[in-house]
Design a protein around this ligand. Structure first.
Ligand code: NCD
Length: 305
C-alpha cells in the first residue's frame, strides 16, 4: 500500500507518469468516468480549504467514485479529543482512500503509520503540500512544455508557505533550474530546505528582498499569500502582508512568456487587473488540480482504464 505524505514519496518517473495520465484525462475524460466505481474517498480536513477539498471531491466523482468526510475539526470527534491516528483507523473501515489536511506538521504521516488505506497529505501546517506540487508541475509542463531549464522566482511567505517547500523539493530533481527567493527577511525560506535540499545537491539560488531587480530574468514567478494563520503575532502579519503586490507596472518588467503561478487563495499579492493577461496562469493552475488528483487517486487505488 502506498501513501503520499511527501512529494519525494514519488520517483521522478512516477511524477512524469501522473502528469501524462492527467494530460490523457484532460483529452478524454469519458474514458475515466467509471474507473473508481464502488470506491470511496474520505476527506478529513481539520483546516479550511476551498480548492484542495473541492478538487479532491470533484476528482473522485469524475472517476465514478463517491466521497464522504468532514471539512472542519469542530464537526469531527477531534473536538472531543480523539487522536488523528484513531480517527484515521476508524475512517479506514468506511473508505478506500483518505485525503487529510491538518494544521499540525506531521499529522498525515502519523496517520499513515496506523492506516489500513492509502493516506494523501493535503497540506500539513507550514510543512508540505505534495498534491499542490503535482498541480504546479502539471501547470509548468503545460505552460512551458518542460520541467527543466528555467529560472523560477518564489515570492512572498517562503517561511510558512508549504506549497513552496514541496515545490522546491520536487524541482530539485529536475535539471538546469535557477532559483530566486524573494521575501522580507522575516519570511525567508527555512534553513533546513536550504541545507537539506538546495545545498545538498549543489543547486544555484539567490535570496533577495526586492522583486524588481530580478523580474526581467524570470521564466516563472510563483507568488504566495502571507500565511496569516501561522503568525503568532497579528501586528507582524499586518506589517508584512502587503510587502509584494504584483500589478500592471510589474508586468511591464517581465518577459513576454513569463508564467505567473499562485496556489491561491490570493489576498492582495496579485492585482486582479492582470488576471486576463496570458501570463497569468493561476486559474488554469487551479483547474489542473482536479485532473492531477484524478491521476493520483487512480495510482494509489491501483486502478487503470
Ligand atoms: C495553499 C495551502 O493551503 O497551502 N492553498 C491551496 O491548497 N491551494 C496556499 C495558501 O493557503 O496560501
Amino acid at each position: 500500500m502506498r501513501h503520499l505524505i511527501d512529494i519525494k514519496d514519488l520517483s521522478v518517473q512516477e511524477i512524469d507518469g501522473l502528469i501524462q495520465c492527467a494530460e490523457d484525462i484532460i483529452k478524454d475524460p469519458l474514458k475515466y468516468a467509471q474507473v473508481c466505481r464502488g470506491k470511496k474517498l474520505a476527506i478529513l480536513f481539520f483546516e479550511p480549504s476551498t480548492r484542495t477539498r473541492l478538487s479532491f471531491e470533484a476528482a473522485m466523482l469524475d472517476l465514478g467514485g463517491s466521497v464522504l468526510g468532514f471539512s472542519s475539526a469542530e464537526t469531527s470527534s477531534a473536538s472531543k479529543g480523539e487522536s488523528v491516528s484513531d480517527t484515521t483507523r476508524v475512517v479506514g473501515c468506511y473508505a478506500d482512500i483518505i485525503a487529510m489536511r491538518h494544521p499540525k506538521e506531521g499529522a498525515p504521516l502519523a496517520a499513515a503509520m496506523k492506516s489500513y488505506v492509502p493516506i494523501i497529505n493535503a497540506g500539513d501546517g507550514g510543512h508540505n503540500h505534495p498534491t499542490q506540487t503535482l498541480t504546479d508541475l502539471l501547470t509548468i509542463k503545460t505552460e512551458k512544455g518542460r520541467l527543466d531549464s528555467f529560472t523560477i522566482g518564489f515570492c512572498g511567505d517562503l517561511k510558512f508557505g508549504r506549497t513552496v517547500h514541496s515545490l522546491i523539493s520536487a524541482l530539485s530533481r529536475y535539471k538546469n533550474i535557477k532559483y530566486v527567493f524573494i521575501s522580507p527577511p522575516e519570511l525567508k525560506l527555512p534553513d533546513y530546505i536550504k541545507t537539506d535540499v538546495l545545498d545538498a545537491l549543489g543547486l544555484e539560488y539567490t535570496e533577495i528582498e526586492r522583486m524588481d531587480e530580478v523580474l526581467p530574468e524570470l521564466d516563472i514567478l510563483y507568488m504566495t499569500r502571507v500565511q496569516k494563520e501561522r503568525f503568532f503575532n497579528e501586528a507582524d502579519y499586518i506589517r508584512l502582508k502587503d510587502t509584494y503586490i504584483f500589478n500592471e507596472e510589474k508586468l511591464k518588467l517581465a518577459k513576454d512568456d513569463l508564467s505567473i503561478l499562485h496556489p491561491l487563495p490570493r489576498v492582495n499579492e496579485i492585482s486582479p487587473s492582470i488576471d486576463d493577461d496570458k501570463r497569468a496562469c493561476y486559474f488554469r493552475q487551479a483547474r489542473n488540480g482536479k485532473f492531477i488528483r484524478m491521476a493520483l487517486i487512480m495510482k494509489l487505488l491501483e486502478v487503470s482504464v
